[in-house]
Design a protein around this ligand. Structure first.
Ligand SMILES: Cc1cc2nc3c(=O)[nH]c(=O)nc-3n(C[C@H](O)[C@H](O)[C@H](O)COP(=O)(O)OP(=O)(O)OC[C@H]3O[C@@H](n4cnc5c(N)ncnc54)[C@H](O)[C@@H]3O)c2cc1C
Length: 363
């Protein structure tokens, strides 16, 4: 009987492995990719999508077609439970699938938190299938507010403002954040970004946690801000399923992996991407580039396991963390290690990175 490999979640590493599956892996295996949506979106391309530089088809992959082309099966389902002893997973509609090896690449889920009104009134980018609707709602409303001043909040707000200016929308984008803007960056970088936000006409409210959202106003500190649509960018959390399945997780719920990308204590369950953490390297950033680097080790180790080998390859996280963002109007933000710049060149780097992502998954 064939070995069954289940890929749960269309995370970057899983897709990158599957793209090469036919040419590299033993013949007597069958694989299934399970994901709740037929389309996998690339959230890092949302900014340039909003600026009309990318089409909808540029920022997503049709998973049914992808699986067919690469010799596997696609199941449009959400996995709700993993039984490690019986080596089966259960889906939302009640299907049970058994596996010899499982590879979890499920990204992060959205939590709406405890701020009253967020669940009822805010828009989200997670699950990523929300991206086109959320982007359109934010483009066409008056008084759009982005709540969350981290890297992706700043990228979204600036890209949105660029589109709105080009399309003569009258009201500016408001960016509101509970701490300083870009809290991970140093003071000089933050000052430069503040200047850019100001130059582009955005309204910025820092150190102002949102306390409540009503149908048309946001309460934050002493302010009452009117809004047409509000995008909530806080509350990305690892999937609950790891904890439910009694798999080892850290104190925040991230799946604990050994350096071979196997779940600690469950060698037949591999993990990758933003919902996981390396036991020995807890500070490794889990961006999409790291996920692609994990893919090379994941691919090799799945193959070795299927061939009955016991010695597996280890994953060494990149030494320098990097971040590349679209800042609107052909300007980008680039950081690698301690080197940061905001420029046209950084924007070209951003486009290069997107091209790399598309190539890694599509070609
Ligand atoms: C606006 C925005 C901009 C961003 N920009 C950048 C950037 O510039 N650079 C960067 O590195 N990162 C960026 N990110 C973060 C980036 O999106 C994540 O780091 C990345 O998507 C994580 O990839 P992943 O491989 O872990 O999984 P994902 O790409 O999130 O994929 C996970 C998949 O698993 C599926 N899944 C989830 N739960 C289940 C389940 N129960 N059963 C089956 N399938 C399931 C999901 O549907 C999804 O298809 C950005 C995010 C946002 C929102």
């Amino acid at each position: 009987m064939s070995n069954q490999v289940l890929f749960v979640g269309a995370g970057y590493a899983n897709l990158s492995v599957l793209k090469n599956w036919k040419k590299n892996t033993p013949k007597d295996t069958e694989w299934t990719l399970i994901s709740p949506s037929r389309y996998k979106y690339f959230p890092e391309m949302t900014g340039l999508y909003m600026e009309d530089q990318y089409s909808l088809e540029d920022i997503r992959v049709d998973l049914a077609e992808f699986c067919h082309r690469n010799g596997g099966r696609f199941l449009e389902e959400k996995v709700t439970a993993v039984d490690r002893d019986r080596k089966t997973v259960l889906t939302e509609s009640g299907k049970s699938l058994s596996y010899d090896l499982l590879s979890a690449g499920m990204g992060l889920r959205q939590e709406t938190g405890t701020v009253p009104g967020v669940r009822d009134h805010a828009l989200f980018l997670n699950p990523h299938e929300e991206i086109p609707m959320t982007a359109a709602s934010m483009q066409y409303t008056e008084y759009p507010v982005v709540a969350g001043g981290g890297a992706f909040g700043v990228e979204f707000a600036l890209s949105l403002q660029a589109w709105r200016r080009a399309n003569r929308k009258k009201t500016p984008v408001t960016l509101i954040t509970s701490g300083p803007v870009l809290p991970e960056e140093n003071k000089d970088v933050r000052d430069n970004v503040r200047d850019l936000l100001d130059e582009r006409g955005l309204l910025l409210y820092e150190n102002m946690p949102v306390e409540r959202i009503d149908a048309d106003v946001i309460y934050a500190g002493s302010r009452v801000l009117p809004y047409g649509q509000v995008l909530w960018l806080d509350g990305a959390k690892p999937p609950l399923i790891f904890d439910y399945a009694d798999l080892p997780v850290d104190d925040k719920g991230y799946l604990l992996l050994s350096s071979t990308l196997q779940t600690v204590g469950s060698p037949d369950i591999f993990g990758s991407g933003a919902g996981t953490v390396l036991q020995e390297e807890v500070n490794t950033s889990k961006d999409s580039i790291t996920a692609f680097q994990e893919a090379k080790v994941l691919e090799e180790n799945l193959d070795r396991m299927l061939r009955g080998k016991t010695k597996l390859k280890t994953f060494k996280p990149p030494k320098k963390e990097s971040l590349v963002l679209n800042m609107g109007h052909r300007t980008g933000f680039y950081r690698r290690g301690s080197k940061t710049y905001i420029s046209r060149q950084a924007w070209r780097e951003k486009k290069k990175l997107d091209k790399y992502i598309m190539k890694e998954i599509r070609s």
